[in-house]
Unconditional design. Structure first.
Ligand SMILES: [Zn+2]
Length: 380
């Protein structure tokens, strides 16, 4: 009786809420059906146990690929017709991460479509799973990535900076060299936040970065979570105190965006200034180059700090187009206030109030002039 009632309840609800709060799957939570009936809410006959037919198999699923349109519905084609009694339970067996509300439809008796009510999360990898134990559908799972739509407009830079920053340290060392090559060719001056361990092993790379106009700053000694309870205050002091620097940069960016009162106090104590970011295109997550360009252009503001990662797979490929389009929109791709004197000194009213000023202002303390290579003794 309980099963029959829950089937009836499911048949009445056309809005299927799927998804969970994080990538850790929780199918119980992700298969809840919301109470509000949708457009297909016509009552259907209660299914009896004897009406349940042979398990369904999935013949075809979609979409797939790395640049799926944000409104494209999920499609599942089954090996046989799905009776009206079965449909609600079949739709309920779908789980999607990250979460989103899906609207089910049956264009024909063998095909289920689920349209994302608010669109897929741009740039995110989506995992879809249908069926499994007790659902009457053989378990099938697949993934796709939603594209980042081209922004309708780009906020004008007005001669202000776009401050490109690159965190972490690649296992494949040539990635770090390649990045310097591309930045030199594009005449971009960037901020780097490698770990202290990585920078200590590569003094020549640090020297080259500084010689070519970049800054190398603190991202802790070994990329730890500074808020971890396993770390003593002494550990935190060592992690921050032995972070990378080019000898002049006093900017400190905590790994994993994890900062608490203790870490902030220790950093200030040691003379480091907290430096986060304004725009995070999630390049570490494997977005295609074109999506990275759109993600940054959609959120760029005068003097905004953009977060990239040296080890990200498509960042180097995205830079030529990104930098060209930033320049076309009136941005100077540099950390150095001296490179955008018009925007800073003339005090264009709109620019001074930009929220991005908070991080950009920290760069005023840096020496903007030509700067020789850091001496080995100044390296961490
Ligand atoms: Zn990091």
């Amino acid at each position: 009786m309980l099963a029959a009632r829950s089937l009836r309840h499911a048949a009445l609800a056309a809005w299927v809420a799927v998804g969970v709060a994080s990538c850790e799957r929780d199918h119980r939570a992700s298969r809840e059906v919301s109470g509000s009936p949708g457009p297909d809410a016509a009552p259907e006959p209660v299914a009896s146990a004897s009406a349940v037919r042979a398990p369904l198999s999935v013949e075809e699923t979609g979409p797939s690929g790395t640049r799926v349109r944000v409104r494209r519905p999920v499609t599942v084609r089954f090996d046989r017709e799905v009776s009206s009694d079965e449909r609600a339970a079949v739709a309920r067996s779908v789980a999607v991460t990250p979460p989103g509300r899906l609207v089910p439809d049956w264009p024909d008796a063998r095909t289920l479509t689920l349209a994302p009510a608010g669109g897929w999360a741009p740039g995110r990898l989506h995992h879809v799973e249908i069926g499994g134990d007790g659902t009457g559908v053989a378990r099938t799972a697949w993934s796709f990535r939603a594209r980042v739509p081209r922004p309708r407009s780009v906020t004008p830079g007005g001669g202000a900076r776009a401050i490109l920053t690159f965190d972490d340290a690649p296992a494949r060392h040539h990635q770090a060299d390649e990045l310097l090559d591309v930045l030199r060719r594009l005449e971009v001056r960037a901020l780097f936040f490698p770990t202290g361990v990585w920078a200590r092993l590569r003094p020549a790379w640090v020297e080259r970065a500084v010689r070519e106009g970049h800054r190398v700053c603190n991202h802790t000694l070994s990329h730890v979570d500074l808020t971890s309870r396993r770390l003593t205050e002494e550990d935190v002091r060592r992690e921050i105190g032995e972070g990378a620097t080019d000898g002049e940069c006093r900017l400190f960016r905590p790994p994993l965006m994890a900062i608490d009162e203790r870490a902030e106090r220790v950093a200030a104590d040691l003379g480091w200034e907290l430096f986060l970011w304004d725009v995070d295109p999630r390049d570490w997550d494997g977005l295609e180059a074109r999506d990275l360009v759109h993600a940054v252009l959609g959120r760029i503001r005068p003097d905004a700090v953009v977060l990239f990662h040296v080890h990200a797979p498509n960042t180097v490929a995205a830079l030529p187009e990104l930098v060209a389009r930033l320049r076309r929109a009136g941005y100077v791709p540099s950390w150095d206030p001296a490179d955008s004197p018009g925007a800073v000194e003339a005090g264009q009213p709109g620019l001074r109030e930009a929220p991005a000023r908070r991080w950009a202002d920290a760069l005023r303390s840096l020496d903007g002039g030509t700067h020789g290579p850091a001496s080995p003794s100044s390296l961490p």
